[in-house]
Design a protein around this ligand. Structure first.
Ligand code: UD1
Ligand code: PEP
Length: 436
């Protein structure tokens, strides 16, 4: 276990470059299993979730070559399907959520996959119905092994079909797409998730020879092909990291440029920060966030209180609500943060309340934040990072606070933010990593 010790009150200034997107990298790495030819992927972030996913592929025999930092070639020409069934492999899969996306490509190409309960953030129920129902509809059979607690999935060649997903699950959609690209006939997925992560996966698969149309919409049509070939791909900047940096710059910045953000793929994120009164200035593909000594939360046109809530893309990603909530603690005004998708992601507000923030946790999904308008500063304290996004939100709170803070369980932050302490220290933060 490691902790961060943070000296609060420093103003940060300079330029920062976002890493490649974690959630996209987790998908496209799995897609390399769909061909025996080499697939080269650039801008892969050096974070623990993605490194674990790469290790899983290596474990099953995929040849992984590191061409340069963040630039890898994967070649799945000798996959060991015996090892996929081992307890050792299944235990490793439970370490991260992304491992669940090995099912789609494995069942499509090898007719066999195994899955135990995947890991990832402990943020409430995270069901897999959408994944399983979709892959079953394509013709796969699921047997549950009670003794081992794993699903054993078998199939001959999958058959394309129409399906209306019960929810626009991100990893579920990715899994079904990867299962259907090699199926016989046409698959139509309605109520598909369409985050940039999914769009990027589809573009890569098309470059590998797949036939996917409807990309960026919630209606995808996939005409199955007999085989896929090698291709190259570059992962987009991580929009959640960009959003985290916007929030950080608003709270503790003295003028911060966020470089090469791929603005068109940020969707509603910049606008959402502007609703809290944060100025997000666009210069080409960079963002500039000026120093904010004061920012004021908007109200709706009818004068009612602002609400920020998550929704499937192109709505607001749930992964930024924790950061938005922290930013609101120093704004002028009141906002309701409504986390609709996950039921255990707002409990971290207790720590912010201990630091002096004015927050009412109404229920597990909703918190009302009454901003201090910079009249009262947060106080440093001891806290633990319950999940990846609460972790970064607490780090931002600690950087803005008076005094010293200690955040433990920072392995959660390491899951999704590359080398965060040195990147923020380069901007003027005072953050030290200590092993416990
Ligand atoms: C590895 C990865 O890519 N993880 C992301 C992925 O997780 P993941 O793919 O696991 O999340 P899902 O999209 O499946 O669903 C998230 C939760 O939201 C609920 N739900 C989902 C869709 C919907 O329309 N309504 C609804 O309520 C689901 O029941 C579930 O409880 O998408 C989540 C939702 O953007 C993000 O928080 C995660 O960072
Ligand atoms: C919830 C998240 O990740 P995961 O789905 O990998 O747990 C996240 O990235 O905020």
């Amino acid at each position: 276990m490691a902790s961060f010790i943070i000296e609060g009150g420093r103003r940060l200034t300079g330029e920062i470059v976002p890493q490649g997107a974690k959630n996209e990298a987790l998908q496209v790495i799995c897609a390399t299993l769909l061909t025996s030819e080499p697939v080269r992927i650039k801008n892969i972030p050096d974070i623990s979730d993605v490194n674990n996913q790469i290790r899983l592929l290596e474990d099953v025999g995929v040849k992984v070559t590191r061409n340069a930092p963040g630039d890898f070639t994967f070649q799945a020409d000798e996959v060991n399907m015996e090892y996929v069934q081992s307890d050792e492999f299944l235990a490793r899969c439970t370490k991260l959520r992304g491992s669940v996306m090995l099912i789609g490509p494995m069942i499509a190409r090898f007719g066999r996959a195994m899955v135990a309960k995947p890991g990832g953030d402990k943020i409430g129920r995270r069901r897999l119905d959408t994944h399983f129902l979709g892959i079953q509809k394509l013709g796969a059979k699921f047997d549950y092994d009670i003794r081992r607690g794993v699903y054993d999935i078998h199939a001959g060649r999958l058959c394309g079909t129409y399906m209306l997903l019960d929810e626009a699950s991100v990893t579920g959609t990715a899994n079904i797409i990867m299962a259907s690209v090699l199926a016989m006939g046409t698959t139509t997925i309605y109520n598909a998730a369409c985050e940039p992560y999914i769009q990027q996966l589809c573009h890569l698969l098309n470059r590998m020879g797949a036939n996917i149309s409807g990309i960026a919409s919630n209606l995808l049509t996939i005409v199955g092909v007999d085989s896929l070939h090698g291709a190259a791909h570059t992962v987009l900047p991580d929009m959640i990291e960009v959003g985290s940096f916007i929030g950080m710059a608003a709270m503790v910045g003295d003028g911060i440029s966020i470089k090469n953000v791929s603005y068109d793929n940020l969707g509603i994120i910049p606008y959402t920060f502007s609703r809290l009164g944060v100025q997000v200035l666009r210069h080409g593909d960079d963002l500039f966030i000026p120093r904010h000594d004061h920012y004021e939360i908007d109200s709706f046109l009818d004068g009612s209180f602002m609400t920020l809530s998550d929704a499937p893309w192109p709505g607001l990603t749930p992964d930024l609500l924790s950061v938005l909530l922290v930013v609101a603690t120093q704004a002028k005004g009141t906002v309701l943060i409504h986390q609709k998708m996950f039921e255990s992601r707002l409990f971290f507000v207790d720590k912010l309340i201990d630091m002096g923030a004015q927050i009412i946790l109404c229920d597990p999904h909703r918190a009302v934040v009454v901003g201090h308008d910079h009249q009262i500063r947060l106080r440093g304290g001891r806290m633990t990072s319950p999940d990846i996004r609460a972790g970064i939100a607490l780090l931002i709170a600690a950087m803005s606070a008076d005094g010293t803070s200690r955040i433990s369980n920072i392995e959660q932050i390491d899951r999704g933010y590359e080398n965060i302490e040195s990147r923020l220290t380069a901007l003027g933060a005072c953050i030290k990593r200590v092993e416990e």
